[in-house]
Design a protein around this ligand. Sequence first.
Ligand SMILES: Nc1ncnc2c1ncn2[C@@H]1O[C@H](COP(=O)(O)OP(=O)(O)OP(=O)(O)O)[C@@H](O)[C@H]1O
Ligand SMILES: O=C(O)[C@H](O)COP(=O)(O)O
Length: 627
Amino acid sequence: MNQIKKSFSAFGPAIMIDMNNARNRSVQLSVRGNCFFYSPNNDKVEIIQKAAAFKGGSRDATAIGVVADFLLLFLFDRAKPPPPPASYKERERSPRRRSHIESFAVWSLPNSNLALAPKSISDPREQGEMATKRSVGTLGEADLRGKKVFVRADLNVPLDDAQKITDDTRIRASVPTIKFLLGNGAKVILASHLGRPKGVTPKYSLKPLVPRLSELLGVDVVMSNDCIGEEVEKLAAALPDGGVLLLENVRFYKEEEKNDPDFAKKLASVADLYVNDAFGTAHRAHASTEGVTKFLKPAVAGFLMQKELDYLVGAVANPKKPFAAIVGGSKVSSKIGVIESLLAKVDVLILGGGMIFTFYKAQGYAVGKSLVEEDKLELATSLIEKAKTKGVALLLPTDVVVADKFAADAESKIVPASSIPDGWMGLDVGPDAIKTFNETLDTTKTIIWNGPMGVFEFEKFAAGTDAIAKKLAELTTTKGVTTIIGGGDSVAAVEKAGLADKMSHISTGGGASLELLEGKTLPDLGVTLQCRGCMNLRCRICLKELRITRSNQELSMLGAVLVPESEFALGQNGSCIDATNIRRPIGGGSRETLALADAYIRDHSSRPTLFPLAPLRRRLLPRSPSS
Ligand SMILES: Nc1ncnc2c1ncn2[C@@H]1O[C@H](COP(=O)(O)OP(=O)(O)OP(=O)(O)O)[C@@H](O)[C@H]1O
Ligand SMILES: O=C(O)[C@H](O)COP(=O)(O)O
């Protein structure tokens, strides 16, 4: 590292960081016309080493700005141990930081092991950091080749009576992380739960997944009959580099859900490091999700986990407005909490599916035989009131498709929502409702959707759900609206309509995504994933666009002045800086610059979310070398 630092300082100001030309959220390093891209999946040090190799010609290179400081600071950062997790907790307790904490409390997941710091673990001086939480993309071949990696995925897929997978979304979603590990020469020991078995239950075996997994990964996946024990040990020991061993359902042991430390230790005993990519299970602190992290270091998050958090947390924390939520499905009781908390965040709330009849009944409408949760009538009334108070447009369907029985071949007709005939049940939203919903959605910029509009499993009652799926696909592709779909059935409906790839994000989490949307701080996280606000095109986390035209010079100045505590300033997410983490530059910057940095820190240290570039720029620019 010292050597890199040295050659790098010889580089002096010959490197420029060209953020304006940065593409794909990468930072481009230009050295005399030679470009290196810093991307989320690359390792910074490697890039800097490459850059350093050009030092011979560096002195003649056109230099704009004070970048040496900036990059050196980054290197200092790497050498510096990470802030202890306690500091985050301390901040959490401090009332002064309250707004800051609120702004990213929802990042908290019990097992997500995330911190998007792109750091290599090859540097022995960073061994202490190996215990910190970060993303799998920070690991390289040097960290992975020949290593046994325990990967916890959520392969809890639906199987039919013939044990055939009916929706492989979760398997497909776990592939990028596994392939990345295999591509780097790791041996993958893959674990998951399936269903909620009570003890060993053949119906919940993971065996039916082997062919599909093998096909998707392009390797013959070996499967063990257990998830711990001698057979697992032997199979794990025999795994070649690039091989995959799938363990049997971890929930065949009750110790899994109890997060039993001995069981966790046994699971961990066959591996060298840990990757948690089970977003769907991220709200559970179980032995294979949380317990193993005590025994395997480093413990890092997989790509899926990272992506899910980026979207779901970003949607709630910093949505592009107007922000709409569509909530449907049948589980009023389990979604009422989400509705309540969404009222504080959305501009539009569209309700559909089985839950609307509880709202109708609460308003005194006849609902026939429709699904109603009698004990939620009062709550429904209060939610309608709350929406009014908060100025949220709460849209209930004006008409519904009713059926004489709950069956695919039921008689059906369209009726006004206020007059469902006796003996009939509402199974879908009607055409008028679809029209209103579509018109409203046309005005929005962010949409989250959980729960189908009707009993979409029956063709006759699928129109409402299909219409929403089509509208969201259209808005995503033609207007750049951010669309996020969560919930098992809603995702299945979108898949069925062949529109999944048109949406911004399809979540693999049911409960986990709901809890995140609800804004719950999930238990026992141990991770702080902070949105640092963006200086780049669009932050992958907060999704906020800050299209600020900047010169390289400005960026250089910013880089020299503002360096977050533990991450490269122009970092993983395309330049995110947490104002609370800004510290003075080390060994660089004029007195004036340092004074500016101090003033900035003083002014903004309790203002967490978005990094307000403009004021800083105003203050810096007049002092920049060429001005
Ligand atoms: N009007 C209705 N009456 C009865 N059931 C309905 C009605 N509308 C939708 N449903 C049913 O709701 C079910 C889906 O509800 P659910 O709340 O589980 O949604 P989801 O998308 O799976 O979300 P999650 O995974 O978060 O539970 C579907 O099986 C659908 O048939
Ligand atoms: O399907 C899910 O939501 C996850 O796999 C978690 O399953 P669980 O609710 O049984 O823990």
